[in-house]
Design a protein around this ligand. Sequence first.
Ligand code: ADP
Ligand code: MG
Length: 581
Amino acid sequence: MDATDLQRKLTSIDGHGYKSYRQIAGSCNFPKFTLFIDYVQGDPFAAPSRMRARVAQSDAGFEGRLYENAVRRTALEDYLARAFAHAIGKFVKGKRGTGKSGFIGIDSGGQEILERTAAVVCEEYVEVRFAAGLPAEGRRCLSREAEAMLIGEVPELVEASLFKAVLDEKKLKAHIEAAEDQEALREQLSAAGLVAFVADGSILPRESGIKDKPLAGSNVVSFLSPPGLNREFNLPNRGRVKGMGIPEGVTLIVGGGYHGKSTLLFALERGVYNHIPGDGRELAICRGDGVKIRAEDGRRIEKVDIDPFISNLPFGADTRSFRTENASGSTSQAANIVEALEAGSRLLLIDEDTSATNFMIRDEMMQKLIVKEKEPITPFVDQVRNLHHEHGVSTVLVMGGSGDYFEVADTVIAMEEYVPRVVTAQARRIAASRKDVRIGESGGRFGPLLRRVPLARSLSPRRGSKEKVAAKGLKSILFGRQTIDLASVEQLVDRSQTRALGDLVWYGLRRGYFDDETGMAEVIDRLLADVTEAGLDIISPYGEEDARKGRPGAHPGNYALPRRYEIAAMLNRMRSLEVNM
Ligand code: ADP
Ligand code: MG
């Protein structure tokens, strides 16, 4: 159909029951683009209808250089989704009746530039996927309003965002180049012997505990690297940058309360992702395998070998294959570490603020009062070096409350009024002059990392006679009959990542990737290999159904790619998970 046909169809259903909107499903040719009406909502209060607008690349005019590799393509797609979102703010009237009538929205993301399905750029076309609430009065079609949206507003949105000629070329270029520089820097870290880099001039603090925008005002201290850790990198677009390099090994961040320790660590946690220009953390970069580790009491643990940290529990609980429905602070933190290593991480990020004290330290006085035989916990301080020797695991640790880590740290950074200073030598001297020495409790060995195999039967998405998987906000997933609590998975940053997590695992089940032989890490490898090859769209349960019915793939258009560590975190937090070891 074309716009005239669409208009005619709309007119013919005016005032009819809402389900009559089903008749407009399909594709509609406008002079400059094609509108695909993939899914029509059944009710004005239900999830809005799903549409795509596609412009031929010959008209859109984005030259190949702008999307010649994965990082550039992701950044360009990200930019287009944001441009479309911006146009929505400008051109869309909003409410046009009951329920979601008149709403138009696109999943354009926050401060990160993530691979997402909201926009697609390829040689043939550029496309955005958006949601639109078809207008109703009560539960009757409001055709004139629908016409104003689909034939009035949507073309305006497309014309304001999907043609290179109408976009701010400088901003577009800066967006793509910023992402490329971040990726390039991250790729150079390992060769430089670093786990992270924070460029001078970075703005690390955020507006508030719930807002991810940079803190503004005259009291913001921009980052300045300390003598001793100055490093320089050459980036493809920005050229030479200077800043602080955090070396591999064990790094301690110390300093007085409220002096910016946690803010620095938080920047590293988020530095596994690329950020948009203006975020302040564009060049605060962490190795991609950095995983935030914290205590998480109450979580479930399924057969995890926490023995390096915890053994000889009361009633002889098996700590080589530890399971509990209700973990303590220390057992949960131990499991979080072992699971992160299992998923492939070799970089742990830990903050005293969110750690179990008895997991982190046990000082010499306590060692005298409670002898080792009576204490199941081998504190992290006694394993952090073994982890580095045996498994190449680096740790960045915020610890302002205890000096016990001076002896095991390779690098000690003190934060003083938000400015870092290297104090490794002083810390060593103080540790050496200590009279009453702690006794190491690890026996000098961390031990092997065991492989676990998740069992398919334990991951059922069944709910009654149907299968159901749905993200509930950022930190919760409904999976079949259970709700998975991800509240403590701190590097899950975007609701669309959460949506993708549930559907990724569901996809893996449909594909038979959980075959009761493949280990946790290898299953995740398979999932991500498919995404790399076929795009994130592939995980959508709708795509497959539509392919079967011979329709052009309807798709949610609101996935963002999670990391492998968050996929593992989700699986490990399923209350039903069973594994073989
Ligand atoms: P710590 O972990 O050392 O106790 P935080 O990192 O939590 O301290 O920071 C304390 C406060 O200082 C927070 O409100 C944070 O937003 C603010 N802050 C952190 N870094 C800076 C900075 N560079 N400039 C201004 N304020 C900052
Ligand atoms: Mg803190």
